[in-house]
Design a protein around this ligand. Structure first.
Ligand code: ATP
Length: 294
């Protein structure tokens, strides 16, 4: 399903890979502030990602988990084509990714909706941009389909300021799916939501994924969320020069529920392993911060 190792054109199971990251590095150039110039200090480049190799098969739900600031969003932005890697390449169905495209739907934490457009207009705008040849009636049919899918029936004519955070994110998900992308990229989509709404939307994503089975790459800070939704969890190390440390299999049958997962001893083992990884990496970040201060 996924591999972080050598043969990148096919995955470990021999199935053709859908998404391949080959030896990806990302270096952000150092910027000299006026203080640096005054003190004749050079500013050094920042290596965010180092040697990222990853192969993802079609119809796989993959979560990326790692300590804060390790480079998860940078990695997602590279897959989305919003940022270019400094070295290495990303292939989607064998085609290099060098810009954003309709084959990738992106859901952001801050929703990124057009405030002057209604729910329906936000979704229709995305469809029209990607498929300008569709008739208005066809576009409206698709809008209706995705509004129903995410449970927004009745809110079509509302503007974003009239919606709760959870409803806004439902629009974001409907918009991303309505262009029928091959892969859905989600950057902490539930990060700004309260715990209850977050739980509801996680269940919705699980239900929608059961229906559509698209390849998904999700960034999350929540171990429970990753275990509920994913087939695979990619564990990243702390930065700078963050790497993939391990890829965990999440073997539980679907559809899943929190109550059912709680019954599996393996669920608790995976949870403990992820907690240990995150706390070790976060502790190391804090220690190096303290050392730098002294
Ligand atoms: N445009 C940029 N220029 C310079 N440095 C950047 C830039 N974008 C990100 N970085 C740095 O790269 C590192 C990775 O950032 P990124 O946002 O990808 O991490 P993250 O794991 O998504 O963080 P978080 O979990 O807090 O959302 C950070 O140290 C960040 O400061």
């Amino acid at each position: 399903m996924i591999s972080s190792h050598t043969d990148l054109s096919t995955s470990t199971t021999g199935i053709s890979a859908q998404l391949v990251l080959k030896d990806v590095f990302k270096v952000f150039p150092g910027r000299q502030t006026w203080q640096d110039k005054l003190l004749k200090r050079s500013s050094s480049d920042f290596i965010a990602l180092s040697e990222i190799n990853l192969t993802i098969e079609p119809n796989t739900f993959v979560s990326i988990i790692g300590p804060s600031g390790c480079g998860k969003s940078t990695l997602l932005n590279i897959i989305a084509g919003l940022t270019q890697p400094t070295h290495g390449e990303v292939l989607l169905n064998g085609v290099p990714v060098d810009r954003p495209g309709p084959d990738r739907g992106v859901v952001f934490q801050n929703y990124s909706l057009m405030p002057w457009m209604t729910v329906a207009e936000n979704i229709r705008f995305a469809i029209e941009t990607v498929q300008p040849n569709l008739s208005i009636a066809q576009q409206k049919d698709i809008v209706r389909e995705y509004i129903d899918l995410v449970g927004l029936h009745g809110a079509e004519h509302k503007h974003p300021h009239e919606l709760s955070g959870g409803m806004k994110q439902r629009v974001g998900i409907a918009r991303a799916l309505s262009i029928n992308p091959q892969i859905l990229l989600m950057d902490e989509p539930f990060g700004a939501l309260d715990a209850l709404t977050r739980g509801f939307l996680q269940d919705e994503i699980e239900r929608i994924w059961e229906q559509h089975r698209k390849t998904v790459v999700l960034i999350t800070h929540s171990i429970e969320e990753a275990l509920l939704l994913s087939d695979k969890i990619v564990m990243m190390s702390r930065g700078p020069a963050a790497q993939i440390v391990e890829v965990l299999d999440v073997p539980f049958p679907r559809p899943r529920s929190r109550e059912a997962l709680d019954q599996y001893p393996r669920y608790h083992e995976l949870k403990a392993e992820l907690e240990h990884h995150l706390s070790r990496e976060t502790r190391a970040i804090e220690e190096s911060r303290l050392q730098n201060r002294s």
